[in-house]
Design a binder for this molecule. Structure first.
Ligand code: ACO
Length: 428
């Protein structure tokens, strides 16, 4: 049989089906293997394990290809808008002009949040990291919309939660920043587009006039598109696995925000800037830091380098690098950190250690530099990533529920003690 694989365990052969995707990717379906043979497969970090069949995003890490619903990331970044891309990811097709107008109108209408959200916000100390605040406020929506807890909601009810979430996330994000700096929050301005409204809520203050710079808003919209989905990464898998227990969409997305927070995932954009600043303050000797990254006894890693799936180049990094140059030029920003970043990249690309391990700059290597140029504070970088990734998480959650996927529950190989007797210390 050509579309099957054989596995030999303890002298017995088992025939396993091979599944093929629309881009000819093949996978051995081992879902029945344990029932047949008593054996499971093990793959820490799921490096070689497909958790689902998905029609949302295709990426080929060897060739550096990334497509949302079949459309290349390059074309979408150049021609589309973040809200159109959100619609595409969530509903599977580009919207018609009418669908787009309605989607945009709905999102605009729901940007306000319940006044009691402010009370929750005020409970956070000013040192709270905005990612923790963001995930808390998203999860808190289950309290404001308790009907969202019903796992058997209709399509229209789910659509309303989707609109609410996309509409309100920028409000939560900007408010988490305002709370951090002790300023009054700004209410949304529904006369503005998605990115401009967010920028106004972030940066306007009652003491001054504030006009959104269209260069900044355009750059932000593009960054959001580039981050919008990335198939079964750590946070998307988290969203799917939490949602697989039929937890509400808000609870699932809140979990995704927490997964994104870590420096090995979305938190890398903050870590990159902190690393570049350290290098600058240390005298800018990039060779010294390259040596540290290669030293196995040194925990330092070159942040923004390497990727679980891209082993050639990250197509998003290519677009972002160019966008970083354009934005800095248009805004007249001269950032010494950009020179350090370029120097590091140049050295890494010809260094045997990085070449052998196929370590290339990833999306986060240059995104932090643009965020900095746009005036976004460093610990808000991962929040920006979360705003961008939201439609992808929603699409992943929706697909998982619509496909009626079973609860996510991996197995393990137990390596602890065998059964032993309890030692009674007489505590009862
Ligand atoms: N600097 C130095 N060495 C590295 C780096 C790095 N940034 N990344 C990987 N390596 C080395 C590892 O030490 C390992 O070397 P070895 O084979 O000699 O032991 C080899 O390259 C393979 O690395 P792994 O950690 O096994 O690869 P994995 O796929 O598990 O990790 C990851 C991918 C987490 C992205 C890793 O490359 C990393 O930590 N990069 C820095 C953090 C970062 O930029 N994260 C953002 C990723 S993009 C995103 O989430 C949006």
């Amino acid at each position: 049989m050509s579309n099957s694989a054989q596995i030999n365990v303890d002298g017995n052969t088992y025939e396993l089906p091979v599944i093929e995707g629309t881009e000819n990717e093949k996978a051995i379906d081992i879902s029945k293997l344990r029932g047949q043979s008593g054996v499971i497969t093990i793959d820490p970090g799921f490096k070689n394990t497909g958790s689902t069949q998905s029609a949302i995003t295709f990426l080929d890490g060897e060739k550096g290809i990334l497509r949302y619903r079949g459309y290349s990331i390059e074309e979408l970044a150049e021609k589309s808008s973040f809200l159109e891309v959100s619609y595409l990811l969530i509903y599977g097709e580009l919207p018609t002009a009418e669908q787009y107008a309605n989607f945009k109108k709905d999102i605009t209408r729901h940007t306000m949040v319940h006044e009691d959200v402010k009370k929750i916000l005020e409970g956070f100390p000013s040192v709270a990291h905005p990612m923790g605040v963001l995930s808390s406020l998203v999860c808190a929506q289950t309290a404001f919309y308790p009907e969202s807890l019903d796992p058997n909601r209709s399509g229209e009810e789910v659509d309303l939660s989707i609109v609410r979430l996309i509409a309100k996330l920028p409000t939560f994000a900007a408010w988490s920043y305002k709370n951090q700096i002790g300023h009054p929050v700004n209410y949304p301005d529904n006369s503005l587009d998605y990115a401009s409204n967010f920028l106004k809520m972030m940066f306007a203050n009652p003491a001054e006039n504030f006009d959104v710079d269209p260069v900044v808003a355009d750059a932000l919209d593009k960054l959001l598109i580039l981050h919008a989905d990335h198939e079964q990464n750590c946070s998307a898998s988290t969203v799917r696995i939490v949602g697989s227990s039929h937890a509400s969409m808000y609870a699932s997305i809140s979990a995704g925000i927490n997964a994104l927070w870590g420096p090995l995932h979305g938190g890398a954009n903050q870590a990159v800037i902190e690393m570049l600043e350290n290098i600058k303050n240390d005298g800018g000797d990039t060779k010294k830091w390259m040596a540290k990254a290669k030293d196995k006894d040194d925990p330092f890693r070159l942040m923004g380098f390497g990727h679980r799936v891209y082993k050639n180049f990250d197509p998003r990094a290519r677009i972002i690098k160019k966008a970083a140059d354009d934005v800095l030029e248009k805004l007249g920003v001269n950032d010494p950190i950009l020179d350090i970043a370029k120097g590091l990249e140049e050295e890494a690309l010809k260094d045997q250690y990085f070449v052998d391990r196929k370590l290339y700059p990833n999306v986060d290597f240059y995104s932090g530099i643009i965020y900095r140029a746009l005036g976004i504070p460093t610990d808000m970088f991962t929040v920006m990533f979360a705003i961008g990734r939201l439609p992808g998480w929603i699409a992943q959650w929706k697909e998982m529920r619509e496909n009626k996927e079973p609860i996510g529950r991996p197995r393990q190989v137990y390596t602890g003690y065998n059964e032993r007797s309890y030692t009674d210390i007489g505590q009862r």
